[in-house]
Design a protein around this ligand. Structure first.
Ligand code: GLU
Length: 306
C-alpha cells in the first residue's frame, strides 16, 4: 500500500453499556483486519446521545478493550466534542439543497413505511421545533457498493426515506456524525457488525454529498443467542467477563466466531499470544458470509477479579 492509502480502521462503540461478546467480535474483527494490513486502528466513542450513555460506560469499554489486549493508536475521538464539525456539515448540506428542516411528528406519518417528505419544499408547521432530514430523492440512485464479505450491495435511497441528521431535541444523529468523523479520522476501512449494513447507503449518500472519501466496508456476522436474538443491552447480553481465564476463553471464542479456526492449544494462552497468532493468520476468505454466529456457552471459569 502506498503511504496515502495506508490502512486506517476504527472501533466506534456507543457507550450505552459495557461491551458484550457481540461487540468483542466486532472490535476484534476490526482490530485484526487493521493489524494484518499493518495499518492503524483507532477508537472513537460515539457519545452523541447523553441520555443513552450512562456515566462510566465509556471508561468501562476502554478498560475492557485493554483487558483483551486490543490496543489502539492515536488519541481517542469523543463525539461529544464534535458539535461544530457536525453543524458545518449540516450547513453545507442545507446549502446544497440536500438537507431540510422538518416539523412533522412520527404520529402524523404513522401510516407510511418511511417519512413521505412533506416538509421538503417548505416546513409544514414553522411554529414547531424541527428535526433536520436528508433528501433521499436527490443524488445517486440506486446506491451501490461492495461489501468485502457480503459482496455487491444495492439500495434505493428513496425506499429508505429521508433520514434524520439532527433531532428535534438538538442531538446529532448517528448517520451524520459517523460520516463526518470517519472522514476526519481518515478511515479507509470500516469493519463492524452486520446490523449496520443497511445504514451504509445513507452513509454513502452523505459521503458523496459532502465530497468525502469513500471507505471500504466489511460487515461481520452478528452474534445471536440460542433463541436467535441479537445480543444487546435490551436482551441483557452479559458484559464481557474480565477475570483472566475468562478473557482468554472469550477471546478464543471470538476468533472462532470469526471462522479463524484457532488451534485448540491457543485457548489457554495469554491474549497477546492469541492476538499475535490471529494477526499473522487473519484470513477473510475463511470467514463465511452468513449472517449469524451462536453466542458461546459461558466460560467454565466464572470468578471475577484475579
Ligand atoms: N456506534 C455504533 C454502535 O455502537 C457503531 C458505529 C459504526 O461502527 O459505524 O453500534
Amino acid at each position: 500500500m502506498s503511504h496515502s492509502t495506508r490502512y486506517r480502521g476504527r472501533f466506534a462503540p456507543t457507550p450505552s453499556g459495557p461491551l458484550h461478546f457481540g461487540s468483542l467480535v466486532a472490535a476484534l474483527g476490526s482490530y485484526l483486519d487493521a493489524r494484518a494490513a499493518r495499518g492503524q486502528w483507532l477508537v472513537r466513542i460515539e457519545d452523541i446521545d447523553p441520555p443513552r450513555s450512562p456515566k462510566g460506560a465509556a471508561s468501562t469499554i476502554l478498560r475492557q478493550l485493554e483487558t483483551f489486549g486490543l490496543e489502539w493508536d492515536e488519541a481517542i475521538m469523543w463525539q461529544h466534542d464534535r458539535h461544530e464539525a457536525y453543524q458545518t456539515a449540516l450547513d453545507r448540506l442545507e446549502h446544497l439543497g440536500l438537507a431540510y428542516p422538518c416539523s412533522c411528528s412520527r404520529k402524523q406519518w404513522q401510516g407510511f413505511d418511511v417519512y413521505p417528505g412533506w416538509c421538503r419544499e417548505k416546513v409544514c408547521d414553522p411554529t414547531k421545533p424541527v428535526a433536520w432530514r436528508l433528501r433521499s430523492d436527490r443524488g445517486e440512485r440506486p446506491i451501490r457498493w461492495h461489501d468485502r464479505l457480503f459482496g455487491d450491495q444495492q439500495f434505493d435511497p428513496a425506499e429508505l426515506g429521508d433520514v434524520v441528521l439532527k433531532r428535534k431535541d438538538g442531538l446529532w444523529a448517528y448517520q451524520l456524525a459517523v460520516v463526518v468523523d470517519d472522514a476526519e479520522q481518515q478511515i479507509t476501512d470500516v469493519v463492524r457488525g452486520l446490523d449496520l449494513l443497511d445504514n451504509t447507503p445513507w452513509q454513502r449518500q452523505l459521503q458523496r454529498a459532502l465530497q468525502l472519501p469513500l471507505p471500504r466496508y466489511l460487515h461481520l456476522p452478528l452474534i445471536v443467542t440460542a433463541e436467535g436474538q441479537k445480543l444487546s443491552k435490551q436482551n441483557l447480553a452479559p458484559a464481557l467477563a474480565e477475570a483472566q481465564g475468562s478473557v482468554r476463553y472469550q477471546l478464543f471464542q471470538a476468533l472462532k466466531a470469526l471462522d479463524q479456526a484457532p488451534p485448540n492449544a491457543l485457548a489457554a494462552e495469554p491474549t497477546i499470544t492469541q492476538l499475535d497468532w490471529a494477526v499473522e493468520h487473519w484470513s477473510l476468505t475463511q470467514l463465511r458470509p452468513t449472517a449469524h454466529r451462536l453466542m458461546p456457552t459461558s466460560s467454565p471459569i466464572t470468578t471475577t477479579g484475579e
